[in-house]
Structures are given as structure tokens and as C-alpha cells.
Design a protein around this ligand. Structure first.
Ligand code: ADP
Ligand code: MG
Length: 312
């Protein structure tokens, strides 16, 4: 028998709906949920949550193991997308990796959206120029996509700007649920177009404004976690680069060093494979710092945002 969430103890129609609404829509998600989050988000007792989780663990399909050989095979296909800056490519060990999420975080005006535009142009370039000769999907949450900027950047690289624009597919996300839905739909889009770059600019803005205050934090983190995993799944299935942007907010508890921290905290940090912190410097320059990479050294480099796009 194939089990569904309705088969879990104490889960009737109303609870099932509540679970689904909050992203707990399959047994595996419930199997790995924390009782505290589940009880807070769905408004059920912690005892009931524990019963649901342990039953979900029993019923969840654990046929998700891959052999080391299969994983190695998949990792052999990893490719790197140029950022347009040799300095930044160098910091990243050659560019943005496919099958991973790269997060750019920084204050307003630090150049996150400019970098996303440049990556979109670069992905359409041929392989010998550091691109993928592929299509691009952009989930735009702040209405900051500008085709005019794509034209400028494409011309600077001697590309046919009409052709570049034709390969970039943009969807405006009006709220966090819409954003999550678009990420799910991206998988279908990839069947129709050869999409090898998925951009979410910004990953966190809707979540931040919709889930304010401590009470809704667990729910926000749960949804963000789900969303990040959908994005990573897209990257793995399509051997695609996932590039996301994130804002920073001041942490009132930091007295020494830089008090600016990315939104989304641990959830975003643990799922993003590469995190780059952008800071403004003098004369259009930006300092990019690589943080917490699994296999690259931490370090900083300088890039520039110019009329022609991202350069050294
Ligand atoms: P963020 O997304 O991090 O808030 P943006 O990527 O929108 O920031 O960066 C905006 C900055 O990019 C501007 O303040 C400006 O310095 C630079 N910029 C934007 N367009 C151009 C351009 N056409 N030529 C040169 N610099 C530009
Ligand atoms: Mg922006």
C-alpha cells in the first residue's frame, strides 16, 4: 500500500489540510520534521506531533539511497559558470558550480541584482567563453529585472542582445507562496527549454515581510527550507546553477566585528553551498567575500560594477 498523510494517526481532513498548507505535504517531510515546529506551525499538541512524526518515519519510502558510484557519476558532470570577473571566478574555484546553490548577500545597492543580470547573460554564452549556451529562468520578487541592462551587458560581450533576451525567462513572484509555486513549476519549464541557470532575486524578501515576529518564525523557516530544497532539486536534476540573493539585517547582539547577518539564518546557510558577502567600496568597486565553503578556502576579492557589467 502507498501511504499518504491521511493514514497518519490523528490526521483527519482538517489537519491534513493544515499540514499541506504549511508545506508538510509528504511523508518524508513529516518524517524529518521537528515535533516543536510541527506543533507550533499546525497548532496541534506536541504529543500528537510526535505520534505523527514517528508514524511518518515508519511509512516514508526510504528508497532514496544512491551508491557512491552514482554520486560520483553525477558530480563528474558539474560545470562552472563564469561571473564575468576573473577575480570572483578565482575565489569560487572557476565560477558558479552546477548542482549547488550560490547565495549572494549584502546590503541594498551592493550589486546583487547586477550580478544576477550578468550571470543570466553569461549562461547564454558558448562553453568556450565560460557559459552554458543555455536558457535562464529568473524568479523576480522585487521587480528589479531590467531587459535594458541585459542589452547593455550582452553588447559589451559582442552577443546578439535579442537572442540573449529570448533565452531569459522571467516570472514575477507576488508573494512567498507564489515564489514557492514558481520554483516547483520550474521543473516543468526545464522540460520545454534547456534551462541551466535558475535565479531567485531575492530569495528572502517576501518571507521577511510576510512572516514578522517571533510567533511566525518557525513557519517561515519551514517554508524557506522547503523552497531551498526544491531549488537544489532543480539544480541536481538539470545540472543547473542556482543563484539566489539575500538581504542582510543588523543583529543587535553583535558588539564586535560586522553586525550584518543574512536573512533566513541557519536554514539558508545550511542549504546554500556557497555564500558570498558583498560590500560596497569606493568608485563602483565591490568587495566579495566567500564564506563557509565545503571545499574552498575563505577569502576576499574586489570586483567592479560598470556600464559593461561585472568586471575585475
Ligand atoms: P542590490 O541588488 O544589491 O540591492 P544592485 O545590484 O541593484 O544592488 O546594484 C545597484 C548598483 O549597481 C547601483 O547603485 C550602481 O552602483 C550599479 N549600477 C547599476 N546599473 C549600472 C550601470 N548601468 N552602470 C554602472 N553601474 C550600475
Ligand atoms: Mg536587488
Amino acid at each position: 500500500k502507498k501511504y499518504t498523510i491521511e493514514d497518519l494517526p490523528g490526521v483527519g481532513e482538517a489537519t491534513a489540510e493544515k499540514l499541506r498548507e504549511n508545506g508538510y505535504d509528504d511523508l518524508m517531510t513529516l518524517a524529518v520534521a521537528s515535533p516543536k515546529d510541527l506543533s507550533e506551525v499546525c497548532g496541534i499538541g506536541e504529543g500528537a506531533a510526535i505520534k505523527i512524526i514517528s508514524a511518518a518515519r515508519k511509512y516514508a519510502d526510504v528508497g532514496n539511497f544512491e551508491t557512491g558510484e552514482q554520486i560520483l557519476e553525477r558530480r563528474r558532470e558539474i560545470q562552472k559558470l563564469t561571473t564575468g570577473s576573473k577575480n570572483l571566478d578565482g575565489l569560487l574555484g572557476g565560477g558558479l558550480e552546477t548542482q549547488a546553490i550560490t547565495e549572494f548577500f549584502g546590503e541594498f545597492g551592493s550589486g546583487k541584482t547586477q550580478i544576477m543580470h550578468q550571470l543570466a547573460v553569461n549562461a547564454t554564452m558558448p562553453k568556450e567563453k565560460g557559459g552554458f549556451d543555455a536558457d535562464v529562468l529568473i524568479i523576480d520578487t522585487e521587480n528589479t529585472f531590467r531587459p535594458e541592462r541585459i542589452v547593455q551587458m550582452a553588447r559589451a560581450k559582442d552577443l546578439d542582445s535579442d537572442n540573449v533576451l529570448r533565452r531569459i525567462h522571467v516570472a514575477r513572484a507576488y508573494n512567498s507562496h507564489h515564489q514557492i509555486l514558481l520554483a516547483e513549476k520550474a521543473l516543468e519549464m526545464a522540460k520545454e527549454f534547456p534551462i541551466r541557470l535558475l535565479i531567485v532575486d531575492s530569495l528572502t524578501s517576501h518571507f521577511r515581510s510576510e512572516y514578522m515576529g517571533r510567533g511566525s518564525l518557525a513557519e517561515r523557516q519551514q517554508l524557506l527550507n522547503r523552497h531551498m530544497h526544491d531549488l537544489l532539486k532543480f539544480g541536481t536534476i538539470n545540472n543547473a546553477v542556482i543563484a539566489v540573493t539575500n538581504q542582510v539585517s543588523a543583529r543587535p547582539d553583535v558588539f564586535f566585528g560586522d553586525p550584518m547577518a543574512p536573512i533566513g539564518g541557519n536554514i539558508v546557510g545550511h542549504t546554500a553551498t556557497f555564500r558570498i558577502y558583498l560590500r560596497k567600496a569606493k568608485g563602483g568597486k565591490r568587495i566579495a567575500r566567500l564564506i563557509d565553503s565545503p571545499h574552498l578556502p575563505e577569502g576576499e576579492t574586489v570586483i567592479q560594477v560598470t556600464e559593461d557589467g561585472i568586471t575585475d
